[in-house]
Write a protein that binds this ligand. Structure first.
Ligand SMILES: CC(C)(COP(=O)(O)OP(=O)(O)OC[C@H]1O[C@@H](n2cnc3c(N)ncnc32)[C@H](O)[C@@H]1OP(=O)(O)O)[C@@H](O)C(=O)NCCC(=O)NCCS
Length: 339
């Protein structure tokens, strides 16, 4: 894992918007988050830092990696994706690089893709990364406070390799989506939507027959270039889908919540994690939360929490680890691992 060195407390954010440490902690559990350098640090450079550690711990070199899966919603460029930038930065071979756009579930979606490539024998060393530089595009005025206080920057990475041992590694992955509520948590612009999907105006275009639809002055004036979120609606759905997808993974493997040694939930909100823990009847030592220090780092949140739990000795060989995520799309996913 890698997080940038700049720490912003809730009180720091209150310098920019009408909010308070008390409100943020009470509603989300978040105390502080890390923000990348304004310049010189990007979603890809953070991913490189995390990837270097993962590759070293796997006892291989960047030239041994034969496929990259890169999950992010905050890419360095609109296109090409971050995968190729990471391939270049780490001087890797001319391997495949896939970018995944599944927001908070992105890392588990990426892991699932990599798992299939490993299981078919196609690749031997796959780098799966999740990285976000949210701080580049949040509305830090009071207008955007319901979104901007939640998110933080950072990256996490794993190297996936085959094993001959039965019942070890990734036991199963479970992926879901429901686009019915796509606009409930979304960043519309820049995009090609042309106000097609909703009755509300997602973008104010400049006059003109062609062009000017990608990013117009009007859009910027109307603050339509920031993420939108109906927080309570996301919360309500998350507390249903998290337990559901965890139970799906357990049932598929003939297991029960009591069998989980460590649950790594995507760090959306401490209250959501606590609800899920209670619903599944898990003890505190069966769940790792770190949103208090990092905020919600979206595609990076699961690998950062996984890495931290492992570094703290909370995950040992042979443990049953469950990863689970829910987010924008909506998409949600789980993975069950025998460490
Ligand atoms: C975003 C979230 C923390 C908001 O908490 P909430 O209790 O639902 O609060 P509401 O959105 O209903 O807003 C309550 C009030 O707080 C205000 N408020 C919103 N953000 C605020 C902030 N940062 N500081 C102070 N007040 C804030 C609102 O304006 C509203 O004021 P009003 O009652 O005068 O209208 C919560 O809904 C949540 O965490 N949802 C899930 C979001 C999530 O997980 N997103 C990522 C998905 S992976």
């Amino acid at each position: 894992m890698y997080v940038p060195k700049n720490v912003y407390t809730n009180t720091d954010l209150a310098r920019y918007m009408d909010t308070s440490d008390e409100w943020i902690q009470e509603r989300t559990g978040i105390k502080e988050r890390h923000f990348a350098g304004r310049t010189g640090e990007t979603t890809t450079t953070m991913a490189v830092e995390a990837a270097k550690i993962a590759i070293e711990r796997a006892g291989i070199s960047p030239q041994d990696i034969d496929f990259i899966v890169f999950a992010t919603l905050s890419p360095d460029y609109y296109f090409p994706g971050c995968g190729v930038l990471l391939q270049r930065a780490m001087k890797m071979k001319e391997i495949g690089a896939l970018d995944v756009r599944n927001q908070c579930s992105g890392f588990i979606y990426g892991l699932s893709v990599a798992d299939q490539f490993i299981k078919t024998g196609m690749y031997k060393n796959i780098l799966v990364v999740g990285s976000e530089k949210h701080s580049f595009g949040l509305d830090f005025s009071t207008r955007g406070r319901n979104v901007s206080v939640i998110f933080g920057d950072g990256a996490g990475a794993v190297v996936l390799q085959p094993t001959e041992q039965h019942n070890q590694g990734i036991l199963s992955t479970h992926l879901h989506s429901d686009g019915e509520s796509a606009e409930i948590l979304a960043m519309f612009n820049p995009g090609t939507h042309a106000n097609h999907w909703t009755s509300t105006t997602l973008a104010d275009f400049n006059e003109g027959e062609i062009g000017d639809m990608f990013m117009s002055h009007k859009m910027v004036e109307q603050a339509q270039n920031f993420p939108n979120m109906d927080g309570p609606a996301v919360f309500k759905k998350a507390v249903v889908k998290f337990p559901e997808v965890i139970m799906e993974a357990l049932t598929a493997n003939g297991l029960q919540p009591t069998d989980i040694d460590m649950l790594i939930p995507h760090q959306a909100n401490l209250r959501i994690s606590q609800y899920v823990q209670q619903k599944l009847g898990l003890r505190d030592d069966q769940v790792h939360n770190n949103i208090q220090q990092y905020g919600n780092t979206t595609a990076a949140s699961v690998p950062i929490a996984l890495c931290e739990a492992w570094q703290q000795g909370k995950i040992k060989e042979g443990n049953l680890v469950c990863l689970a995520a829910f987010g924008s799309g909506f998409t949600w996913a789980s993975a069950l691992l025998k460490w």
